[in-house]
Design a protein around this ligand. Structure first.
Ligand code: SAH
Length: 364
């Protein structure tokens, strides 16, 4: 990987600041070039080394050769009728695709990024896991989701910046731990995207070792845990992960996370008609969570056509929320942003995969 001679290329967007510094030093350049380049890429969001005007010309040309920049590729884009939600289908170099969703809230723009192509967890109600795991995303592929959404927001939304991030798209982020953490540190860097750790959330189906490891990173991230049931029988019927990390183990780990980071844990609870939405479920859930530093996010299920599950009526959702609140557990009903634009996890990609499959079978 030396300048001159035969070279193999490197992916600069998959480098941490430290890795980038070592890269420059390894090719005989001063280490401070790393932060200069990363600031251009993520702070100024230029797409070519040519535009990095504080770098020597020769270095710019060599970088283009050794560390070529590939612009993020948006294969499809859907805007909700209200204009508040945009979903991007991002093309990857190996012909895979993942989704990212930009949401406009009254507090600003938040981006939901994917961490894997597909997902190994196989939750029964979720579209992302239907084809299993394809592969982990690289840090650069997560960065590309940020770059694509940031450019789009800058153009369409009067230069609004993405001010919060949720790692809640397809995939289980705690099973792609190193790349996700590297990505989050880059996104937090004040000369890059500059998103504060308190404005970044990681959502997990409940990988306990990952939760405990995350607690020790010294990053006050919001931890979102997909609980979806108040007892092991119900949870195991819809989430395979519960066999490895049952509710008592999971809630204990979340308590440790809250204690170490000082951050309240958010429990996600997708309400599924006839499965986890009864008053008895609410009462059991309150029993499990009462007294812990947490917040419950109730999400009426986004029905996935490949699954048998449907959402409860809105009066059931409201009754569930009240039942928790009256027992001293903080709960809110999540505003729905994706309905109508295939924004439920993985649905745009699934449509794309099946269309591509059909085209391959019948290219005419
Ligand atoms: N693997 C991580 C992050 C991705 S899923 C996790 O499990 O948390 C993001 C959230 O969407 C999770 O809470 C997941 O359970 C939820 N989800 C998946 N499919 C859904 C559906 N059809 N309707 C509502 N929520 C869903």
């Amino acid at each position: 990987m030396r300048f001159g001679g035969m070279i193999s290329t490197v992916d600069i967007k998959s480098m941490s600041r430290e890795e980038c510094r070592s890269f420059f030093e390894s090719v005989g350049e001063p280490g401070y070039r790393a932060d200069q380049v990363l600031e251009w890429l993520y702070g100024q969001r230029v797409s070519s080394y040519e535009d990095m005007t504080n770098l020597p010309r020769l270095l710019r040309a060599k970088l283009a050769e050794v560390a070529p920049l590939r612009s993020p590729e948006v294969l499809a884009q859907r805007v909700s009728p209200s204009g508040d939600t945009v979903k991007y289908l991002m093309g990857l170099t190996d012909d895979n695709a993942v989704e990212a969703v930009l949401m406009r809230h009254d507090y600003g723009l938040s981006l939901c990024v994917s961490s894997q192509v597909g997902c190994p967890m196989g939750c029964a109600f979720c579209a992302s896991g239907i084809g299993g795991l394809v592969r982990d995303l690289t840090c650069g592929e997560m960065i590309d989701q940020m770059l694509a959404a940031s450019s789009d927001a800058a153009e369409r939304l009067d230069g609004m910046r993405v001010s919060s991030l949720v790692v809640m798209g397809s995939g289980e982020p705690l099973l792609n731990y190193d790349n996700v953490i590297k990505f989050i540190r880059l996104v937090n860097w004040d000369r890059g995207f500059g998103i504060g750790y308190r404005h970044i959330a990681i959502s997990t189906c409940g990988i306990v070792p990952g939760i405990l490891r995350l607690a020790g990173e010294g990053m006050p991230l919001t931890l979102s845990v997909s609980l979806h049931a108040p007892d092991d029988v119900t949870r195991s019927s819809i989430m395979k992960v519960n066999a490895a990390y049952p509710i008592s183990t999971l809630v204990k780990a979340c308590g440790q996370y809250a204690q170490i980071t000082g951050r309240r844990v958010t429990y996600e609870y997708a309400l599924i008609a006839g499965v986890n939405d009864s008053p008895a479920h609410a009462e059991r859930l309150a029993g499990v969570l009462r007294g812990t530093l947490c917040h419950v996010n109730l999400i009426p299920l986004n029905p996935v056509p490949e699954t048998p599950y449907v959402r409860p009526a809105s009066c059931v959702v409201e009754a569930f929320a009240s039942a928790l609140q009256s027992r001293g557990v903080e709960a809110t009903i999540r505003r729905e942003m994706g309905c109508g634009i295939d924004a439920a996890c993985g649905q745009l990609r699934r449509r794309w995969v099946s269309r591509r499959g059909a085209e391959e079978a019948d290219p005419g």
